[in-house]
Design a protein around this ligand. Sequence first.
Ligand code: HEC
Ligand code: HEC
Length: 342
Amino acid sequence: MIFADTTTTVAWVILLASVLGWVIYGLGNLRSSKREIGAEIKLAANRKPYYDDERLEGEKIERTQLIGLAFLAVTTIALPLYWILEPGRMVGAEKEFEHIFEEWGSGLFATTADGGFNCAGCHGGMNGGGGVASYSITDPNTSEVKQVNWKAPAINTVFYRYSEEEVRFILEYGRPFSPMSAWGLVGGGPMNDQQIQTVIDYVKSIETPRDANGKLPDEKQKEIQDEAERLVKAGTYSTIGEALFNLDLGGGNFSCARCHTKGWSYGDPQITGGGAFGPNLTGGSVVRQFPQRDEMIAFIKGGSEFGKKYGQQGQGSGRMPAFGLMLTDDQIAAVIDYVRGL
Ligand code: HEC
Ligand code: HEC
């Protein structure tokens, strides 16, 4: 409807008021012009005798020159001032623009109740610190359907692990066989390219601040270490490497099991490292893929890249995250020792 919202109504009122104003002005003009007929010589401004020469070449010309000088002064001061201030204004405008996108993105990120796409609902609120998602699973053998709580990883560290293109791929196509559905139109989801980009801008804005080297800050890495040591002391795992592989901090986003152990994400783990979204790491397959330990360190630190080869016979898809900015060298060495023994 054309009268549907207040903005349209206000616009109509303004339009009608100004049209009415012009009509009244026109009519008034017509009326007063009738009175002037026959009196042009008296009334016309251009028939009035102008100043005499003395005034024109004296006072008048000086005043005009002074005004000119004043304008020149304004121009010579304003122009350099503009040059000085413009770069700052441009930077500010760009920031403001980013800020607007982050704000739009926060609207998309919000829960369904707040009108968003519910990223916040599964990923642990507006700061994306990790959460759970309800999901139904069909048992492949018995066809029995059961309801589970699936861990949703923290995404305030997702750019530590993935490039922007890799994150875009995850958002557009989702994680099949998990509660993370496809969000991009290309993957059959509801969001267009601009919305995907805007939500990416928001996810960037909530990122856990990095240290000077772009890594996870020391206190956060210590939190990971403390939790791993606690689990070893409690007897849950026998080595730090095993504890890190299975670590359940931030929805499992510092660990390996959520992708390499089927069922880990919903509290029903099958064979540890037996393969799920990521390949099977047991039966010596890792040592066959990476006979050299150094090569494996580089792979775990850098993750896989789309199309790029790794190990003896691997080709990356970009889906294996990079852990070099999240875990310390010692932590990575401990995980690798554990995985090579699986
Ligand atoms: C229904 C719950 C749900 C919703 C809604 C949801 N996600 Fe997810 N998301 C998940 C789960 C669960 C995973 C982990 C899947 C797995 O185990 O591999 C995930 C994975 C991800 C990942 C990959 C992280 C990683 O390190 O593997 C990103 C990025 C992500 N989601 C972002 C988003 C964004 C952005 C939105 C909103 C547009 C969103 N998600 C909406 C449940 C959800
Ligand atoms: C988000 C899911 C995910 C997480 C978390 C993850 N991986 Fe992977 N991993 C993969 C995928 C997928 C591949 C297959 C390579 C590809 O697609 O690029 C892979 C490949 C590997 C390989 C090579 C296996 C082979 O035979 O080719 C190793 C080794 C490995 N991962 C170890 C780990 C370790 C150790 C961790 C934890 C520090 C870990 N992964 C965490 C998804 C993951």
